[in-house]
Design a protein around this ligand. Structure first.
Ligand code: F6P
Length: 370
C-alpha cells in the first residue's frame, strides 16, 4: 500500500474500563506520529470530549506533545480519562415525557472529527469501544483499534494489554491468602473481575495453587465443590482457597448482577458471596470472602504489558501510514498484525473447555465445580 496517506492530524482515545498499559499506548502513538510530522490530539473520556462540550470547559481535546507523554509509560490509568458509561451510539437522554430513551449521537461525533480536522483515530478499548470505533470506520473515518482489557475477552488477538498485570496482582493476592487461611483454618473465597470470561480467575487460580476455581464457562454444582473440599479436609488439609470469577454461575443459575440500567453495561458482583452462602451450611469451617475488584485494574503495567502496549501503539501508527483502516492491531506471536474490526466487534473470547490451562488445572487436582 502507498505510504502517502495525506495524514496531518490524528486523534487517540481510551474507552471502557481502564487497564494498565493505556498510557504506554498513548505514548507510542504520540511519538510515532510526531516523528512522522503528524499532529496528535487526545480526546477526553472516550468520545465525550467531542460531543459533550459542557463537561469540558477547557476543551475536550488535549494536544499531545513529547512533553505531555514523556514520563507516562509506567503510569496506571489514562491521562485522557475514560468512561464505560453513556455509549454515544445508544446515549441515554431524557425524553419530553420524562422517560429515558437511547439516542444515536454518532453523526454529531463524525461532524466533530471533521470540524477539528482529525484525519484518523486510534481507538484504544475493549469490545464495546472497538465496536463503536467500527461504526465510525464504516461512516468514513480512518480508524485503527488497539485491544485493551484486563479481562482478555477480545477475539482474534492472543492477548489484550492489562491482562498480565491483573493476573500478576491476582496471583500475588492468592499467595497472601494461603497463610491467613491456614492460620485460621478457614475457607477463603476470592472474587476476580473478568465479566463473562474466566481468564483472570483461571490463570491466577492455577498459578496461585487454589483448591477450587469457578469460571463462567464451567457452571458449577455446589455439591461437587462441597464433596471435594470435605475430602481435602478429611485428608488433613485445614484450609482452602476458592477462586470465583465474577461471572461464575451455578448450573441452572444466572450470573450475579448488581446493576442494570438503560444505556449502561450490566455490572456483575456478588458471585463470591453467593458461593460462600451456599457453602457455609455444608462445611465445618469458617468462610471469609475477598473481592479484588478494581485493585486488579490499578498499578503500573508489568514489563510484558508495557512492551505489548508500546508495540500496539507504534503498530497502529504504522497501520495508518500503510493505508489500513477498520482494523485492530493484534498480537499473534511472533508478530503484531492487523485484524478487521468486523472480526472483533460484538464478540467475546471465552475460555475454551478443552483449553490446555483448564486441562492443566484438572491434572493438578484443582476442582472446577463440574
Ligand atoms: O471490563 C473491565 C472490568 O473491570 C470488568 O472486569 C468488570 O466487570 C467491569 O470492568 C467493572 O466496571 P466498573 O468499573 O464500571 O465497575
Amino acid at each position: 500500500m502507498s505510504k502517502d496517506q495525506n495524514i496531518k492530524r490524528i486523534a487517540v482515545n481510551t474507552g471502557g474500563g481502564d487497564a494498565p498499559g493505556l498510557n504506554a499506548v498513548i505514548k507510542a502513538v504520540t511519538i510515532s506520529a510526531l516523528n512522522r510530522g503528524w499532529e496528535v490530539v487526545g480526546i477526553r473520556e472516550g468520545y465525550n470530549g467531542l460531543f459533550l462540550p459542557e463537561k469540558f470547559p477547557d476543551g475536550g481535546l488535549i494536544n499531545l506533545t513529547h512533553e505531555v507523554v514523556k514520563d507516562i509509560t509506567p503510569m496506571g490509568g489514562t491521562i485522557l480519562g475514560t468512561t464505560n458509561r453513556g455509549n454515544p451510539l445508544r446515549f441515554p437522554m431524557k425524553a419530553a415525557n420524562g422517560t429515558i430513551v437511547e439516542v444515536d449521537r454518532s453523526d454529531e461525533i463524525m461532524s466533530a472529527f471533521r470540524r477539528n480536522k482529525i484525519d484518523a483515530l486510534v481507538a484504544i478499548g475493549g469490545d464495546g469501544s472497538l465496536s463503536m470505533a467500527n461504526v465510525f470506520a464504516k461512516k468514513g473515518l480512518r480508524v485503527i483499534g488497539v485491544p485493551k482489557t484486563i479481562d482478555n475477552d477480545l477475539e482474534n488477538t492472543v492477548i489484550t494489554f492489562g491482562f498480565d498485570t491483573a493476573v500478576g496482582f491476582a496471583t500475588e493476592s492468592i499467595d497472601r491468602l494461603h497463610s491467613t487461611a491456614q492460620a485460621h483454618s478457614r475457607i477463603m473465597v476470592v472474587e476476580m473481575m473478568g465479566r463473562y470470561a474466566g481468564w483472570i480467575a483461571l490463570n491466577s487460580g492455577i498459578s496461585g495453587s487454589a483448591d477450587v476455581v469457578l469460571i463462567p464457562e464451567i457452571p458449577y454444582d455446589i455439591n461437587i465443590v462441597v464433596d471435594f473440599l470435605n475430602r481435602k479436609f478429611e485428608a488433613g488439609k485445614n484450609y482452602a482457597i476458592v477462586v470465583v470469577a465474577e461471572g461464575a454461575k451455578p448450573k441452572e443459575g444466572a450470573v450475579s448482577v448488581i446493576e442494570k440500567e438503560v444505556g449502561k453495561a450490566e455490572r456483575l458482583g456478588g458471585a463470591a458471596e453467593r458461593v460462600a452462602k451456599e457453602l457455609q451450611p455444608l462445611v465445618d469451617k469458617e468462610i471469609r470472602t475477598v473481592i479484588l475488584g478494581h485493585l486488579l485494574r490499578g498499578g503500573s503495567p508489568t514489563t510484558f504489558d508495557r512492551l505489548v502496549s508500546l508495540r500496539f501503539g507504534a503498530a497502529a501508527v504504522r497501520a495508518l501510514e500503510e493505508g489500513y483502516s477498520g482494523v485492530m492491531v493484534a498480537l499473534n506471536p511472533p508478530v503484531v498484525d492487523y485484524v478487521p474490526l468486523d472480526q472483533v466487534s460484538n464478540r467475546m473470547k471465552f475460555v475454551p473447555l478443552d483449553h490446555d490451562t483448564v486441562k492443566t488445572g484438572r491434572d493438578l487436582g484443582i476442582c472446577f465445580g463440574d
